[in-house]
Each structure stands twice: as structure tokens, then as C-alpha cells.
Design a protein around this ligand. Structure first.
Ligand SMILES: [Zn+2]
Length: 274
């Protein structure tokens, strides 16, 4: 039987019981025009200096050049704001609606597209943060706050001024505000990124559906490894091979080498059909 047919059977069986954990990465949002920003799209020029994404998305960069780091995030925030959830996101929302408290979504995407599809926020673990939120750079609390409207449609070349930085300050203590995103020189935690909740969800999953992620980050890989050891079906939706495909092949699941939208619509149909 071909892997897609087996995956459909697996999702049909979820109608009668079982917990589904969906793990999404950049691939699902690439389909609606959001670049990964880890690659070429993430390069950032300020004056004569060219910054690479891996050096900009760090605590160290923020400490030394907060205006440059903010300008990059504010521009990306505008890109995310202009995008709309795609059929892959909508299909995940249909799975959430069909399963209720038997559904968990762990996303590496900071673009806020999943929350816009109406899934209960309590069931979404944004393990790398959310680009529409800011929080205190001095950690007076883990609370996040909305980035003010004045930063909407931020042009790529606009400078972030001292006045802009003031508008982004922590409303509780007045310290500089920072983007609510996990940086490369930082660690996952529960209070800010719901890392423990994501691992607990994986520990209680009956099916793990992995969509459009390359396995470059630690927590998703732990979820994959844990699920492989538990030998639950892992389905890896990705046009390209990646470490999750290796996990999936060791389980009763498998590998679906298609785009995110196409596969997710098929699986949501299998789950929701009467
Ligand atoms: Zn504060």
C-alpha cells in the first residue's frame, strides 16, 4: 500500500480515539510566500555592513546593536502580516476542530499564521516565539506584549530610532523591549516557549505528524526521537529528505514526499469525513 494511503487509514482511525501531535516548520509557510530567513532572504544590509541571519538572531547582536536587530524583525513582521494562512494551515485547523482536546500543535514558525486560523491558543505551542510580540529584555517577567501599530508595514530600509526603541520598552519596568523569539544563543524554556508542554504532548501522542521542518533545532528533534522510541506512527511531510524521514521509517508511519498543503488537505479529509 502506498504511504499516502496508509497515512489516510491512520488518520481515519484517529476519529475513534487517540492523540494527534502536529509539528510544523518553515515548509508550511513557504507555501504562502514567507521565506525562511535562515537563507539568502535573511541577509540584512545596514550601511556598508552585511549581516547574516545566524549572527543577527542572537542575544549578543541585540545587546550590541538593538536598532539593527529590531529593524530586521520589524521588516519580517510586516512580511508575515501581509501573508495569509494557506491551505496547509487551514487543514491543520480542521484537524484541531475535529479532535478538540486530542490535538496539540507545536510550531517552529514565528509568523503567527497558525493562531490566525482560529485554533485554541492553549493548544498551540510556539516554541520559537511570535514575531508580533515583544517582551522585557531584562526578564522582569516572561509576559509578552503586542508590538505597537506604529510599526506596521515597516519598510525594509527604515532606520529604527531611539524614539522607536522607547516605544518598544517593557511596559512593566521600562527596560528595552526585545522581540519575543528564541535566538540562536538562547535555550528553550517552558515560561516563554512552552518547551516542557511540547515534550509532554509528544510523550502522550498516538500519532506525530511532522510538516516542512528540516530538523535543525533541538526540541523538535527530541520530539522525533522520543516518538521513534515509543514506536508511534510518525508521518513526515516534506518534499525533501531530512532527519524526520529517518525517524518516520523506523515507525509504523512513513514519508510523504509532497508539499505541505496537498498532504494536509488529504489527511484532514481522512480525519473529518463522516
Ligand atoms: Zn520589564
Amino acid at each position: 500500500m502506498d504511504d499516502m494511503v496508509r497515512a489516510q487509514r491512520c488518520f481515519e482511525a484517529l476519529r475513534d480515539g487517540g492523540v494527534l501531535v502536529v509539528l510544523t516548520g518553515a515548509g508550511i509557510s513557504a507555501e504562502v510566500g514567507i521565506p525562511t530567513f535562515r537563507g539568502e532572504e535573511g541577509y540584512w544590509t545596514r550601511g556598508s555592513k552585511v549581516y547574516q541571519p545566524m549572527e543577527l538572531a542572537t542575544r549578543a547582536a541585540f545587546e550590541s546593536e538593538p536598532a539593527t536587530v529590531w529593524s530586521w524583525y520589524l521588516y519580517r513582521r510586516g512580511v508575515c502580516s501581509a501573508a495569509a494562512p494557506g491551505r496547509g494551515h487551514e487543514a491543520v485547523a480542521r484537524m484541531a476542530a475535529a479532535l478538540g482536546d486530542r490535538f496539540h500543535l507545536v510550531t517552529q514558525n514565528v509568523d503567527g499564521l497558525h493562531p490566525r486560523t482560529g485554533i485554541d491558543p492553549a493548544r498551540i505551542y510556539e516554541i520559537h516565539g511570535n514575531i508580533f510580540r515583544a517582551r522585557c529584555s531584562r526578564d522582569c517577567s516572561a509576559a509578552t506584549y503586542s508590538i505597537p501599530d506604529r510599526f506596521d508595514d515597516w519598510p525594509k530600509d527604515a532606520e529604527v530610532t531611539d524614539e522607536d526603541l522607547d516605544a518598544l520598552r517593557c511596559p512593566a519596568c521600562g527596560a528595552p523591549g526585545r522581540p519575543h523569539v528564541l535566538w540562536f544563543d538562547e535555550c528553550y524554556d517552558e515560561a516563554r516557549y512552552r518547551a516542557d508542554s511540547a515534550l509532554s504532548a509528544a510523550a502522550g501522542a498516538d500519532v506525530l505528524l511532522v510538516v516542512g521542518t528540516s530538523g535543525a533545532t533541538n526540541l523538535p528533534m527530541q520530539m522525533g526521537a522520543l516518538s521513534a522510541v515509543r514506536n508511534i506512527p510518525i508521518w513526515d511531510v516534506n518534499p525533501e529528505d531530512n532527519p524526520f524521514g529517518d525517524f518516520a521509517r523506523r515507525t509504523p508511519g512513513g514519508v510523504l514526499r509532497t508539499g505541505a498543503g496537498e498532504a494536509l488537505v488529504t489527511l484532514a479529509d481522512a480525519l473529518a469525513a463522516a
